[in-house]
Ligand binder design. Sequence first.
Ligand code: YH5
Length: 276
Amino acid sequence: MAMDWRSERVAHGRPFLMGIVNVTPDSFSDGGRHLETTAAVEHALSLLEQGADWLDIGGESTRPGAGDVPLDEELRRVVPVIEGIRRHSDRPISIDTSKPEVMRAAVAAGAGLINDVRALRAPGALEAAAELRVPVCLMHMQGQPRTMQQAPRYDDVVVEVEQWLRQRVAACTEAGMSEQAILVDPGIGFGKTLAHNLALMRACNRFDRLAGGVLMGVSRKSWLDKLLGLPVDARACASVVTAALMAQRGMTMVRVHDVAETAQALRLVQAWEQEP
Ligand code: YH5
C-alpha cells in the first residue's frame, strides 16, 4: 500500500480519529464468544457513525498489570470482529497486536495498519510487518505491561523516547518499509509518571520528524486521575480537551474512546485554524 501520512493529514485538515474497539472479556459482557463478537462489531459500527476515521481492534489487554493472552485466544477474539466489520464497512481498520501471527491473520481479514505497543520487537514481528506492506505505528514503552508503572525512570524522557523511536524507525526502514508509512507514538502511560507524560505531550510535535507522523493515545488513561482526581468513567471531558490540544499541535492521529465528542473537538480546531 502506498501510504504517506503527512500528505494524507494535510488533505484531511485535522488529525485522523482512531476509535478504540477492545475485544477483551472485561470489555463486552461475557455471554459467550458469539455475543462478544456481535457486541464488538456493533460498537465498532457505532464508532464509525460517530465519526471515527479508523477503528483500532485489540484483543490483548495492555493496561498496567495485565497478563499475557495466548495466541489462539487473541486470534479468536480479533479475527471474527474484523471480518464482521468488513461485512458492513470498508473503512480502514488497525490491528493492535504484538504477535506476528495475529498481524498476518488480521491483514488477511482486512486490517490496513499494524499498531504495536511493543514496536515490532517480538520475534518475527518486524519481518511479518515488512512482508504485509501495510503502514505501522511504533509505540514507546519502558518495561513490560505487568510492571511498567512500578518505577519509571529517565534522565531526559523526551530525548530518550525520541532516540528509542528513531532506532525502531531505522530497524523498519532497514527491513524495507517506507518511512512515510510509519507512525511513531511516545506511549503515554507506558512506563511513565505524570511528569513524564506531561513532558511528552508538551513535546509531541518533536516526534513528527522521525517518520511519517505521530499518533497519540491519551484517552481515559490514569494520568488524568493523577492530575485531576478522576475515576475512569469521569475522564471523557478531559480526554476530549487533550485531543483538541493535540490537534492544534498537528498530530497525525488520535486514539480515543469518546469518538462523537472528539470528532466535534477536532472539527472545532480545524475551523479555528481555517484561513478566512
Ligand atoms: C497508545 O497510547 N494505548 S492500550 C489504561 C486506561 C485507559 C486506556 C483506564 N494501545 C495505546 O488505551 N496504542 C493502548 O486506564 C495503544 N498508543 C497506541 N498506538 C491502553 C489504553 C488504556 C489503558
